[in-house]
Design a protein around this ligand. Sequence first.
Ligand code: F0G
Length: 457
Amino acid sequence: MKTIIEPFRIKVVEPLRMTTREERERILRDADFNPFRIRSRDVIIDLLTDSGTGAMSSAQWAGIMQGDESYAGASSFYRFEEVMKDLTGFEHVLPTHQGRASERILFELVGGEGKVVPNNNHFDTTRANIEHSGAEAVDLVIDEGKQPTVHHPFKGNMDIDKLTSLIERVGADKIPLVMVTITDNSDGGQPVSLENLRAVREVCDEHGLPMFLDACRFAENAYFIKLRESDHAEKSVAAIAAEMFSLADGATFSAKKDGLANIGGWLAMNNEDWAVECRNRLILTEGFSTYGGLSGRDLAAIAIGLEEVVEEDYLRYRIASTEYVARHISEAGVPIMKPAGGHAVYIDARQMLPHIPPLQYPGQALAVELYKEGGIRGCEIGTAMFGLRPDGKEEPAHMDLVRLAIPRRMYTQAHMDFVVEVITEVHHNREKLRGMKFIRQPPALRHFTGRFDYVDP
Ligand code: F0G
């Protein structure tokens, strides 16, 4: 059969509140044209993030009832640890409340003034935690990863030459570890090949460096390897994932993505000395080492989520639904980052709206219009987010994108057809969209709380 159906049926529903265009115009004005300021009850399809927004399975909800809330030695932890060891093979597993807590604990230990951490692309919180420790975060993705229209099966790959020259330039003693983010969220949810992970491993071995994964979307990455890298088509996703993890010395993880849970994370590694240090830090601010800031029921949900996320029927549907939206809007002429990533579709607002200069935030204008037209909430990733420099001057970001991140197991194909229809309609009327300006902005992270209005006609 050609039709890929949702590999689940619906047992519990959460009603969506339909709004009219007039209501949405008023809501937008009240929110000062910033989608982050809109209440979720006023959103019809929420594509702000795929983080912590997915639907849990009946098995996960059943697991929640069996959560063991003991302070120490809870059986939920041992179940979680067993699943983790089977999946990743890492010797030491620390639960955390989410990905950024793992990053904080790790980089407090290995970062610091004068250190340099390479990555294909640091996610914002990873970069922020590295920089907070005093270290420098360097992005070394291949050039194709930065070009929205260039096709490459693994646009998240690390540029091995750039990695080698960085190590030679700064010295291996300044580099505490090499990180690889799978999939590469900051460049569109693009995967990294096993061949590339092996090449990074070789460079690390040559220089005696540990290699860590930011494994938030490891299952989506493993499925792309199965689809696109020769010799792996016959392997199970779990086997490919195990191979990816076996190349690394440790990993950080947010269970809000490929943990199929609403909260949680982990930090895992093989180095016992580091694990002891990290556990001490975990206990200091997160919680005892068998719960790490989570409840026992959260650990139960994550353990079951990690088993479900590598199921191929699920991943086939997951990757197909992202690709479905990308293909249909692309056929309608909407410029997008290609190929579609695992968890999100990125619209190139700068190319779609050439009459709006970058300093009038074409991405923000498009995000606002998608809400106005169909109650869809996406997120600007462009000049509003990155254009303000520390000295207070503004300059255009590298790209002006709108990210539509698709929550896991939450929306059906009819919802996605609606999304396609809304985007196509906005694209049809694109010449009528107007630029935006800030009317109030905080000095940092202005996209979250800043207030906007249209520029004068
Ligand atoms: N690493 C990557 C690649 C991520 O995408 C995220 C979160 C994190 C680390 C941090 O994890 O949120 O659990 O602390 N990304 C979300 C997003 C927020 O919308 O892409 P966290």
